[in-house]
Write a protein that binds this ligand. Sequence first.
Ligand code: PHE
Length: 341
Amino acid sequence: MKEQLEKIKQEALSALIGAKESAELEALRVKYLGKKGELTAVLKQMGKLSAEERPVIGQLANDVREKLTAEIEAQKKKLEEVRLEARLKAEALDVTIPGKSQKLGHRHPMYIALDEIKDLFVGMGFTSLDGPEVELAYYNFDRLNAEEGHPSRDWSDTFYFDESSRVMLRSQTSPMQVHAMETKPLPIRILAPGRVYRKDEVDATHSPMFHQVEGMVIDKGVTMADLKGTLNTLAESLFGEGTVTRFRPHHFPFTEPSCEMDVQCHKCGGAGCPTCKGEGWIELLGAGMIHPKVLEMSGIDPEEWSGWAFGMGLERTAMRRFKIADLRLIFENDVRFLEQF
Ligand code: PHE
């Protein structure tokens, strides 16, 4: 029996040393020390031994059990250390490797100009609205006092979707005036930027798609002086203090009186040059006092309320703001151009 115990001990020890995983160790523990293990099997034969032999073999069996238990524990610890070390190695972060540079885009010059406009108007209590680009002629024309037969409704100017000319791509942001009157409680102060569409050929100052920003106020006692004061503030905040503006009488079906606002040419200071086509002035926006008929159609009493509105070309504004000579640059998305802003 002594030899049997020695043999178990040697076998178990060499198996333990070769173990690579803790599951393997556990299997070995069961194999040698478990209830049905080899050591137990030997001990079960103790009855056959003589009284003198029994304590000696008992002692030896205990020594073997202790030795193997200790060895299993030691081996377990070692495996854990190896595992931890491998993990640390795998997860190591080399902070000396140079970083990957991220290419960041930046804002388009037209949107820089729009953000400046929004900032100014939000500061004056205006809310910015989004609206549909596919619009009913009813909102784009009828409700803006441009009835059937009005020249602006012409097929040669407008992208219609149907023969009956009911659905169209909006030709101006002005229908947002009506949407605001229908959905907002009075008084109203809104700004409505967005794309508009007209059948124009592309050249240095025209595109069939361009951007406008509409502004509108309806309140009690609003006058043309408020309109001029606000638009002058806008011109100075965009183009610098002392920017000279000019208001010319004009006609729009939905405002009365109506005007257009020009800013003095930044290139020639009003003398006339190629940038302003010899005019000395650059046209920026249309505006006016909201026509009483337009207010009435939206259920607003023109005896009690009055308002003004303007519609400004955003590309033109950006061109004046950043001294850009050709409208096409705004849409071409040439990085060499865009990187300059
Ligand atoms: N919608 C007009 C245009 O596109 C501009 C405008 C807006 C005029 C608001 C008056 C009031 O030309």
